[in-house]
Design a protein around this ligand. Structure first.
Ligand code: ATP
Ligand code: MG
Length: 473
């Protein structure tokens, strides 16, 4: 089983939405890091300025004043401790060295004096954090991202800068860039889901416009066989689809005129053959040898039948370029009656649900050929009519010898007759099934032959599809 959608609509939509989603994710991620690093860089600069200014203020105060000011300065992200010697805060991560240098240079710039300054970016253990220092949990992924992409790290990392004041005291500043909740990775998800929903809706609308015209084209292509004389397809949709529809309409016209031309030509040949055949017949009558005269006449009779039946077939198609709603039940009934009147055993069972768009004479001829075969090669014909949404089926069943499996298709070839029927001299020309299938296909349907399961007789099934256009409402 494949997970790919089967329809063009599904596939195009999938490709479109996946592509747009990937582009969106990429741009969101770039934006996420870019904005994150911008925010933290700015935060770090502000922090450097605050540290430098605090150091300069502390430098001017007496030690009694200093402790009061420090109490006011200390907060959750910033605190100062005064120490007589520099504090050992441990080495931070190597990746931070360049940020430490940059920060230290910045603080020196804001200090406007040459006091000894050191900056260490470090992950402080809980015990070493100054009191009321806000603890933030960040995931290992966030820490990894922060370490590799940001100037200074939010959350667990602190900037510890130590500045030696003029009286020799070291002011130790613990500063932390506050974490910005908007920049957290989880915040991307709802935004991506929203964009996904918008992409699906807009994409579906766009793809629908294209596939709708294609669908109509596909339906028309299906119908072209079933109804060559149907109305041309309306040219609309995108320009590419419009030009396909135009080409398609032209092809349909060509095909139709080809079919009609072929019918007209064969009809003309069969018609023109009748005169020479009649002349030959007259000449044959004059032959002295009775035996060869009889043979001649028999051959000429056969030619006559071939010419006449071909002519009749194409005439019926040519004269009825338009199909008309036909009560197939009544047609089969009257056919059955005609045969019964000549003493043949033909029965019908079942009724169609409604009229069927067809060429009445041609359809009658088609069915008649099947019934004629059933009666010629068997003794009786059982006709049954089945009708559903998909197709109207007319099944003709006989009780004859059937047809060997390997010949079931060959008997449709014009002039092909089975050996036993030739020997029986039953008088057929071998054109009946070819004509019947031709008529069935002209209606968009077909004829299938199979031997009865119990080995008794042949089952000939005429299938006439009930497409949108052939159904009569
Ligand atoms: N119901 C059947 N039972 C057995 N054989 C059949 C049956 N229908 C057709 N056939 C075989 O198929 C051959 C072709 O049939 P088709 O109807 O095309 O020609 P035909 O009956 O010989 O002549 P015609 O042109 O007069 O119909 C027949 O000659 C016969 O051998
Ligand atoms: Mg026949």
């Amino acid at each position: 089983m494949t997970l790919l959608p089967r329809s063009l609509f599904g596939r195009t939509l999938l490709v479109l939405v996946t592509g747009m989603m990937l582009a969106e994710i990429a741009s969101q991620v770039v934006n996420f890091f870019d904005r994150g690093s911008g925010v933290y860089r700015l935060g770090a600069q502000q922090m450097a300025l605050r540290i430098a200014q605090s150091a300069r203020i502390l430098n001017r105060l007496t030690s009694a004043q200093r402790s009061a000011v420090i109490d006011e300065m200390n907060g959750p992200t910033f605190s100062v401790v005064l120490s007589s010697t520099p504090v050992d805060v441990g080495k931070g991560l190597a990746e931070h060295d360049r940020y430490e240098r940059a920060l230290s240079a910045l603080i020196k710039l804001y200090l406007r004096s040459e006091w000894s300054t050191s900056v260490e970016i470090t992950s402080l253990g809980r015990a070493r954090r100054p009191r009321n220092y806000e603890a933030v949990d960040s995931s290992p992924l966030e820490q990894w991202i922060a370490r590799h992409f940001y100037f200074v790290l939010p959350g667990t990392y602190s900037i510890v800068s130590q500045i030696k004041l003029e009286d020799g005291t070291t002011a130790v500043f613990y500063a932390r860039i506050p974490q910005e909740p908007l920049s957290r990775l989880e915040s991307l998800l709802p935004r991506l889901l929203l964009t996904l929903a918008i992409f699906v809706v807009l994409g579906a609308a766009a793809v629908r416009v294209i596939t709708r015209s294609l669908e109509r084209l596909a339906r028309a292509a299906e119908q072209v066989g079933a109804e060559p004389e149907g109305a041309p397809l309306q040219e609309d949709g995108p320009s590419e689809v419009r030009s396909v529809i135009r080409a398609f309409n032209r092809m349909r016209l060509d095909l139709r005129s080809y079919l009609l031309e072929r019918a007209r030509m064969l009809g003309a040949i069969s018609h023109d053959l009748q005169t020479p055949i009649t002349r030959l017949r007259l000449r044959a009558e004059m032959l002295a040898d009775a035996k060869s005269r009889a043979k001649f006449v028999r051959d000429l009779d056969e030619m006559d039948v071939i010419a006449a039946s071909t002519l009749e077939f194409f005439k019926s198609l040519g004269n009825e370029p338009q199909r008309q709603p036909l009560d197939v039940g009544a047609l089969v009934g009257s056919l059955c009656e005609d045969w019964s009147e000549t003493g043949r055993d033909v029965t019908v069972q079942g009724l169609p649900r409604g009229p069927y768009n067809s060429h009445p004479q041609a359809l009658r001829r088609c069915l008649n050929n099947l019934v004629e075969n059933a009666l010629r090669y068997g003794a009786r014909a059982r006709i049954s009519i089945e009708d559903d949404d998909a197709a109207l089926r007319i099944v003709v069943r006989d009780d004859g010898p059937g047809i060997p499996e390997q010949d079931l298709e060959r008997v449709f070839e014009p002039f092909f007759r089975l050996e036993q029927s030739r020997n029986r001299d039953s008088g057929g020309t071998g054109l009946g099934l070819a004509i019947a299938r031709n008529i069935a296909r002209w209606h968009g349907g077909d004829i299938h032959l199979r031997n009865a399961p119990d080995g008794k007789g042949l089952i000939a099934e005429l299938v006439l599809p009930r497409s949108r256009s052939s159904a009569v409402r």
